[in-house]
Structures are given as C-alpha cells and as structure tokens.
Design a protein around this ligand. Structure first.
Ligand code: TXA
Ligand code: MG
Length: 328
C-alpha cells in the first residue's frame, strides 16, 4: 500500500522549502531534518519551549539529553570546551556520524532542557548537505533526537517521520533515505580518557586510531557500569531534598509551584519559582531544569506543588520523582 503523502513533506532541494524550514525553527516549531545517519526532529536548541515540543511530539515519558547539531567547528567551539584529543577527533571525522560529549561552556546559550540539566553537551556536525544548509542558514544550534515516536525505530525516510509525528512537525525536508541508517557514534571526553557511550555510524577502531587510545565502553543502561561520579551521569541530580505533591509548604522550604493556585503556606517559602503560572506544561518543561538549579542551594528542601501527569507532565513528574528518590 502506498504511503499517504502528507502535505508537510517538502523536497529538500527546493530553496523555498529550506527557507520555510529556517522560518519554522526561528518560530519555535519542529522540522524533520535529514542527516546522513537518520532523520532528526529538529528545534532551536536555545529555545526551551521549542525543545519541550520535541519531547511532547516524541511522547517520551522521560527527558533524555539531546544532541546539539552545528554547521561548523567554530559553532561547536561556542558551545563546548574542546580538549586536544577531542579536537583531533572533530577535525578528522566532522562533518560525519560522530557525536562528542564535552563540557558545556557557561555562555553556550543552549536550553537546560536540551541537556536535561547536565553540565556536558553532546555536539555533532552532520555531513548531510541538507542538514548543513539548514544549520548554516539558521545560524543557531539545533537540538535533534531521532525523528520517531518514543519506542519506535529511528526514522530513515521523510515518510517515516510524517507517519510517526504527523502534524507535530511543521515541515519534513525530504532528501530520500538516510545513507548511514544508524545513529551517530557517541564519545564522551572524561578526565580519565575517552568513553564510548553509543556504538554507531563511525566504527570505534577508526576513532581509536586517531585518538591514539582505546575507548572505554560504558553501557548507560547498565546500572552496574563503572562510571565515575558526575562524569557520565545521564541525569542531573539536585543536592537539596525534594518533596513531591506538596499541599502545605513548610517555613523556609524552596517552593516549585505550577499553575495559578499555590499550596498552603506558600508565603512562608524562602523562595518560589512557578514553572508556569498559567498552567502550561510546555512552558513548565522549558523551565524545569533551570528552576531546579536555581532553587537548589537556596534551601535544604525543595517543595514541589502537584503537577498533572498527562502529556509532557509525565516526563516532568518522572524527572521530579527521580530527583526525590533517595540517592547513595
Ligand atoms: O545520528 C544521530 O545522532 C541522530 C541524528 C538525528 O543526529 N540523533 C540521535 O539523537 O540519535 P538521540 O536523541 O536519539 O540520541 C542521543 C543520545 C541519547 O542516548 C542521549 O542520552 C545521549 O545521546 N546524550 C546526549 N547528550 C548527552 C550528554 N550530555 N551526556 C551523555 N549522553 C548524552
Ligand atoms: Mg533515538
């Protein structure tokens, strides 16, 4: 059966389509971006609400840090700090299917939601001419996970993207099937050396040859994996104790509020941040990690008002539950 052609699929070699895609990104909308590995679900990485729409469209029940895509090395250097070995890898393999996880610059300007609150940032320079043209014309970093709904396989054609995400994407640039077909290889630079976080389109042997060192392999899904604290943590954890579904704030607590009505005792809070006074989950997601960081350290306990668990609320409350869980 023929796939139904969706109106938002546009030929990648149409200059008007490229212009419209740039305008969509600038307006905080989502674009299906072909890359050499798989199609990405692209949004302005500096716009928290645009990034929140990525998670909403994918239907992910949790927040995962995203890769910032850039047009050239100079753009990457504005986002992260390169050590000499990582720079050698970038020079050897970019543009191409390699993602580097590096310390984020303080002035990177990337939304905290895109990094899920981490101090590191994954960066990649795709070699696909359409991705390159889009990134160059847009001029800002673009956050883009694979353009599939959560739990589905990665999209390697424009039709996959449209089938999976439908009207959540403003435009899908159709450049035919992705050549590599699997995601980029992800390498993190840590103080003790390079670590392979995900096998992908660039073979590890090639990376090891240029780096002049073996890659440690860390399976992030393995809770027993020997990760150095903080270096590879895939989740930001606040230092303060987090109390959920609070109906009465205790004096001196930091209050993380949501919506127009505040819990009892809110006026006793040491400090209050409302994730979204109008009760909008997209706005709340966009502010979540910066709010946690800001409240952390201002009080021993962060009291969190009830937050709906529908739509993006599922990922927000998942994140808060993890923050509230006892830590070793
Ligand atoms: O080929 C690709 O990499 C595709 C295309 C669209 O560029 N993108 C992609 O993104 O596969 P995504 O979101 O599906 O996978 C990104 C992976 C996730 O497993 C995430 O946990 C990891 O990168 N990641 C991102 N930032 C990280 C960070 N700061 N530290 C550790 N892992 C990170
Ligand atoms: Mg993916």
């Amino acid at each position: 059966m023929a796939t139904q052609i969706s109106a938002n699929i546009r030929p990648a070699d149409d200059p008007g389509a490229l212009r419209d895609a740039v305008a969509a990104l600038a307006a905080g909308k989502l674009v299906g971006m072909p890359t050499e590995t798989v199609y990405g679900l692209a949004a302005d990485a500096t716009n928290g609400e645009a990034v929140a729409r990525i998670y909403a469209a994918k239907g992910r029940p949790s927040f995962n840090p995203l890769i910032a895509h850039v047009a050239d090395l100079a753009a990457a250097e504005r986002l992260v700090h390169f050590d000499p070995v990582s720079r050698r890898l970038a020079e050897a393999f970019w543009p191409g299917p390699l993602t580097l996880v590096l310390p984020k610059r303080a002035d990177a300007g990337v939304s905290d939601l895109a990094t899920a609150g981490l101090d590191t940032l994954a960066v990649r320079m795709p070699s696909h001419p359409t991705a390159h043209a889009l990134l160059k014309a847009f001029g800002r970093p673009v956050a883009a996970p694979s353009a599939n709904r959560s739990g589905h396989v990665s999209a390697t054609t424009a039709a996959h993207v449209a089938d999976d995400l439908g009207s959540a994407v403003a435009i899908v640039l159709d450049a035919g099937p992705s050549h590599v077909g699997v995601e980029s290889t992800i390498v993190a630079a840590t103080p003790t050396g390079l670590v392979l976080l995900r096998a992908g389109g660039l073979p590890r042997e090639k990376i090891e040859a240029v780096a002049g060192q073996r890659l440690d392999v860390v399976d992030l899904a393995d809770p027993e994996a020997p990760t150095a604290p903080g270096q590879l943590a895939s989740h930001y954890a606040p230092g303060a104790t987090v109390r959920l579904d609070v109906e009465a704030v205790l004096p001196g607590e930091a209050l993380l509020a949501f919506g127009p009505s505040l819990p009892r005792g809110a006026s006793e809070a040491a400090v209050t941040i409302n994730l979204s006074p109008r009760g909008d989950l997209i706005e709340a997601a966009a502010r979540l990690f910066s709010a946690l960081r800001e409240l952390d350290g201002k009080a021993a306990t962060i009291a969190v008002a009830p937050i709906p668990t529908t739509g993006l609320g599922e990922a927000i409350t998942d994140r808060l539950r993890r923050a509230a869980a006892p830590r070793p």
